[in-house]
Design a protein around this ligand. Structure first.
Ligand SMILES: *[C@@H]1O[C@H](CO)[C@@H](O)[C@H](O)[C@H]1NC(C)=O
Length: 184
């Protein structure tokens, strides 16, 4: 018993004595890396986005399509997976101003991955990527915004999704999104 303990003690001494050298070495090798500064922080913007998207399961031109079916021996819907390319609008009506497309994939159990591609206004040509857990029976579903392009480079934030129940049918499902995002 005595020998391993002494060994451990010696090992920890060795670790402590080499640690500062390693830190010093890695910093001096990577001295070109910019550390966060006041300038970087003040150039960050916070933007709030509010829009709706429409899951259309109409016979002609559906915007969501099931690509993986639930296996025969599974009864809960677990495993079924969909791909989507939904119209995004400013208001809850499909006829309101189009703002872009919500393109992604989602499936059971509750996972969702969407790229919001903005096509109108200040954000035209930019996109936000969202990846999270979307239990559709709940209200105020929160999902992380994990990145973006264009004006949304370096984006981080969160989305709050709510189904607009009074407008939704099986063939036309309306979801409201509120997104708060910080970006450069
Ligand atoms: C979403 O944003 C709209 C418009 O800014 C606001 O009226 C609504 O309360 C927000 N909803 C949530 C759940 O944050």
């Amino acid at each position: 018993m005595v020998v391993p303990l002494r060994f451990l003690f010696l090992l920890s001494l060795t670790l402590f004595s080499t640690l500062p050298t390693h830190l010093h070495a890695s910093f001096s090798h990577q001295s070109h890396i910019e550390l966060p500064s006041q300038t970087h922080q003040s150039s960050q913007k916070q933007t709030h986005l509010h829009f709706f998207y429409h899951d259309l399961r109409t016979a002609n031109n559906p915007s969501i399509v099931q690509i993986v079916d639930t296996p025969k021996n599974v009864h809960s819907g677990y495993g079924s997976t969909f791909i989507m390319d939904d119209p995004m609008t400013e208001g809850p009506e499909l006829s309101s101003k189009p703002v872009g497309r919500a393109q992604g994939i989602f499936g059971m159990a509750s996972f969702m991955l969407i790229n919001f591609a903005f096509k109108q206004g200040d954000y035209a040509g930019s996109s936000l990527s969202m990846l999270g857990r979307n239990p559709i029976e709940e209200q105020n579903r929160e999902m992380p915004i994990v990145g973006g392009t264009g004006v949304f480079r370096f984006a981080t934030g969160y989305a709050i999704a709510n189904t607009v129940d009074h407008l939704s049918t099986f063939e036309h499902y309306v979801v409201e999104y509120n997104i708060t995002v910080r970006h450069h």
